[in-house]
Design a binder for this molecule. Structure first.
Ligand code: FES
Length: 335
């Protein structure tokens, strides 16, 4: 990230070739604790095309000057020639510092480094789509609504936030008219979003997409399971690992091909630990969304924490090593 104004300090080194340099064309508060960024190219040329559900990673500087990448979904209407990427960024006081950098260190005109758009959350062809968003989870859901509306596809959009003051992009959502239902809070008795009713009638040909806080996503998956939605019809995306759970313990991971036994501490991920031990395994999102790190478990019982594997894949004992843990003290992985 660099400030293009020569009178202010440069805050980023030259971009590595795989990163794009983009300018902050607009910077504003979208809602309480939520900042909106509109990114453009430096020379006014179009940005790389994307489909609804895509995100980019942005280079940030964490406290202590450590550089890192943080993922944000693109809320803009998808386009073959997008001239802006519109993002919304929630201020997270107790996060790792990426959002604090993006809230406190940026000014209009600054240059950021970003990746090309990636997409693990694409819309499937369906007779009807149910879109559910909580908080800044509205970003990919809004892009989906644009894409579906443009394709004249049937959909409904349910959007909730804590309060009107904390609801970003309300006007853009309201523009979809009665297709979009806005609520505040999670308690249907007090006018909050009624996930139970939204999901109570599974229909063949309908797909469900949810983005928002972990608790809301978990509730959508649990209700979909309860009401009998078919395997693979409910899709979600998060950019943070799920929190550790009480009782999470260490696990011995055995690598089948070498016989190597790797002790994974209670607070470390299986993926990070086996990579550090020199095991080769593919990965991408590292938060349980893309499925790239999934592997066959030959012995032991995984404790699934991902949002991507189908029930049938779980039943056949595959697991995502980036977030899932083990119900048994030992797992043998087919690596
Ligand atoms: S790396 Fe994406 S699910 Fe594990």
């Amino acid at each position: 990230m660099a400030d293009t104004n020569a009178s202010t300090a440069t805050v980023a080194a030259e971009a590595p070739p795989e990163l794009l340099r983009v300018r902050i064309a607009k910077l504003r508060m979208e809602a309480e604790d939520i900042r909106g960024l509109e990114l453009t190219t430096e020379n006014g040329a179009p940005l790389p095309a994307f489909k609804a559900g895509a995100h980019i990673d942005i280079g940030v500087i964490l406290p202590g000057k450590e550089r890192a990448m943080r993922s944000y979904s693109i809320a803009s209407p998808p386009s073959e020639q997008p001239f802006t990427y519109h993002l919304v960024i929630q201020y997270e006081e107790h996060g790792t510092g990426g959002s604090i950098f993006l809230h406190e260190r940026l000014k209009q005109g600054y240059i950021l480094e970003i990746t090309q758009p990636k997409n693990f959350f694409e819309i499937k062809d369906a007779e009807h789509s149910i879109l559910v968003a909580g908080g800044v989870g509205i970003a990919p859901i809004l892009a989906m609504a644009h894409e579906l509306a443009e394709g004249q596809k049937s959909f409904e959009l349910h959007y909730t936030a804590h309060s009107p003051q904390r609801m970003a992009m309300k006007t853009q959502v309201e523009a979809f008219g009665p297709t979009a239902k806005i609520t505040f809070g999670r308690d249907p008795k007090n006018g909050g979003i009624d996930l139970r009713t939204i999901l109570s009638q599974p229909k063949p040909g309908t797909q469900v997409y949810v983005c928002g806080p972990h608790g809301m996503i978990d509730e959508v998956h649990a209700l979909a399971h309860q009401f009998g939605w078919a395997d693979g019809t409910v899709h979600s995306e998060v950019f943070k690992k799920p929190d550790p759970r009480p009782g999470d313990g260490p696990v011995d991971v055995v690598i089948r091909s070498t016989g190597q036994v790797i002790q994974v501490p209670a607070k470390a991920s299986i993926l990070d630990t086996i990579l550090a031990a020199g095991v080769k395994q593919d990965y991408d999102c590292r938060v349980g969304t893309c499925g790239t790190c999934s592997v066959q478990v030959l012995e032991g019982t995984p404790d699934h924490r991902d949002n991507v594997l189908l029930d049938s894949e779980r039943a056949s004992n595959r697991m995502c090593t980036c977030v899932s843990r083990s119900k048994t003290p030992r797992l043998v992985l087919d690596l």
